[in-house]
Design a protein around this ligand. Structure first.
Ligand SMILES: [Zn+2]
Ligand SMILES: [Zn+2]
Length: 365
């Protein structure tokens, strides 16, 4: 009997390992309104999209990424995509690269938005990838990961011309599209990924902005429909137009928003009315949503260090940035991810790590 008890943890971890080896696992990690999304294929090959924030937040965000890696049972990153040169996407990279082996660094190429911190970082970037592989991707490229079809659909302001196999029908939402101001920032340069695992499809376009969504999705819907959508740009309203959000007919969407970044009414009205969307999951309660626009708390992964007893019904407007602005509520304490486990037949399960609420989406018949 005693021998059995000693062996029990081994048996349990072996069972967990063999279960994990059949699914594509995706961790949407809380990096306080930045991005970090970890993909682990059934073979154990890994790809991280973005590394969260730098500066004082680098240790926190790199630590949260490493916690997800540990949960996934991986020791290194086989691929890292940096979607674009904004600090909430590349900031944690030096810290993470000092702790974890990264075998391939993928990006869209040169920065189009000069800024002191970015320029300083990019001088040191070649040292980070010096001993690894460095790949600049263009639309239509594939990233070789066994078991997955990983397609780059946008990069450096360009998009795929040929639709994804099976896609390419006329997009009915193009007719009513209203362009926003032209975005000359790095957001519009975002590396966008479309990933297929058996019948399961997931889309992650980084911070790609409104007018670029039109270029990609009109007049024909080059992406077709997906099962899971990682909401663009933290759920901000300068991305996530109907031509994207309504045309892809995602069943579940996950928004990597901050406590006061993303989730504002204009974005939420479009997402909540997306045809086919069964649930929106959020990394944070957002003050910009208020009760009026947010999802139930069971779909939200994180609160803040000093939680309020109640969230006001009305959304607030973000103050103008500047020295006098009230800071956003802080969350440096225990953080929770939203984890997705997908199967070849298209079934996928989403788990909120804060409350362990989970939901399984069976393939549509
Ligand atoms: Zn948080
Ligand atoms: Zn961002």
């Amino acid at each position: 009997m005693r021998g059995w008890l000693v062996l029990l943890p081994l048996i349990i971890s072996f069972a967990a390992f063999s279960a994990a080896s059949k699914t594509l696992d995706i961790y949407v990690i809380d990096v306080e309104g930045g991005n970090a999304t970890l993909f682990v294929s059934p073979s154990g090959e890994s790809l991280l999209i973005d590394t969260g924030n730098g500066g004082n937040a680098a240790a926190r965000d790199a630590g949260r990424i490493m916690a997800a890696m540990k949960d996934a049972g991986i020791q290194q990153l086989d691929h890292l995509i940096t979607t674009h040169w904004h600090g909430d996407h590349f900031g944690g990279m030096p810290e993470l690269a000092s702790k974890v082996t990264i075998k391939e660094f993928i990006d869209h190429g040169d920065n189009v938005q000069p800024a002191q911190a970015t320029d300083d970082f990019l001088k040191t970037y070649p040292q980070l990838y010096g001993k690894a592989k460095h790949t600049v991707v263009k639309p239509g490229d594939k990233i070789a990961i066994s078991g997955l079809e990983w397609r780059i659909v946008t990069s450096a302001g360009e998009h795929i011309i040929a639709p994804i196999p099976g896609a390419g029908r006329p997009n009915p939402y193009c007719a009513t599209f209203k362009p926003q101001e032209v975005d000359k920032s790095e957001n519009a340069q975002s590396v966008g990924s479309h990933v297929t695992f058996g019948k399961f499809r997931v889309l992650h376009l980084g911070d790609l902005t409104w007018n670029k969504e039109f270029d990609l999705m009109c007049p024909q819907n080059r992406l077709g429909t997906v099962d899971l959508w990682i909401v663009s740009h933290h759920g901000q309203a300068i991305s996530n137009s109907e031509v994207l959000a309504h045309a892809i007919q995602a069943r579940a969407a996950i928004m990597n928003n901050g406590t006061r970044k993303g989730g504002q009414p204009d974005a939420m009205k479009i997402i909540h009315s997306a045809p086919g969307l069964e649930d929106l999951w959020q990394i944070h309660f957002s003050q910009l949503s208020g009760q009026e626009y947010t999802v139930p708390g069971m779909f939200i992964a994180n609160t803040v260090d000093e939680p309020q007893n109640a969230m006001p019904v009305a959304p607030i407007q973000a103050p103008q940035p500047g020295p006098g602005a009230t800071p956003a509520p802080v969350h440096n304490g225990a953080a929770y991810w939203i984890k997705v486990s997908a199967q070849q037949d298209g079934t996928f399960t989403v788990v909120n790590a804060r409350n362990n609420f989970s939901k399984t989406y069976k393939p549509r018949t």
